[in-house]
Design a protein around this ligand. Structure first.
Ligand code: FMN
Length: 169
């Protein structure tokens, strides 16, 4: 099947999660590639979609929100898997908030599965304004991505796709 993995990422942590998902999908002999939301003009010829966005200020990135607004009808006709990448719930980050402002977009997508992966915070790549937000929120520095968890989730997509195909066919 042709699976498009669309990822909105500012500092690459989410993009690399998308690459690991693409790897797993290809290992299961699916045709998969990662693209940024702004590269997607249409979903013609695509059989399934994985959408992932980094979380900033409790919401998905603007590029992903506008993709969902632009291609909502096409997305509705396809099986969709979705994930957020953020730092809410990471140990000692009590004040970093869940992607609450993304929830209406995610509901609209009606995904087969949705999850949140812990991300990465590298203060050296942040612009000044981001650094002060991070300082205020008490977000923890470090790379919290759990590659086993991410790859296991991607293998779940493969299983769910097989079930979807069996049902359709
Ligand atoms: C300015 C700023 C605001 C953030 N806001 C949130 C937030 O509201 N909720 C959350 O879970 N993570 C938040 N994060 C953490 C990012 O989602 C995390 O660093 C993520 O891995 C970034 O992904 P990227 O490298 O693909 O851009 C924030 C990070 C920054 C720098």
């Amino acid at each position: 099947m042709r699976i498009l993995v669309v990822v909105a990422s500012k500092h690459h942590a989410t993009a690399e999660i998308g690459d690991a998902i693409v790897d797993e999908l290809r290992a299961a002999r699916h045709e998969a590639k990662r693209v940024a939301p702004e590269e997607v003009r249409s979903l013609d010829g695509v059989d399934a979609v994985v959408l992932g966005s980094a979380v900033y200020m409790t919401q998905w990135m603007e590029s992903m929100r506008s993709l969902v607004a632009r291609l909502g009808d096409e997305l509705h006709r396809l099986p969709v898997w979705a994930f957020s990448c953020g730092l809410a719930g990471v140990a000692s980050s009590g004040r970093v908030q869940d992607p609450v402002r993304a929830s209406s977009v995610i509901r609209q997508l009606d995904p087969v599965a949705y999850t949140t992966f812990a991300g990465r915070l590298d203060p050296s790549v942040l612009v000044l304004r981001e650094r002060s937000v991070v300082r205020l929120s008490g977000a923890p520095e470090g790379d919290y991505r759990d590659w086993n968890e991410i790859r296991a989730w991607a293998r779940g997509i493969v299983r769910e796709l097989d079930a979807h195909l069996a049902q359709a066919g």
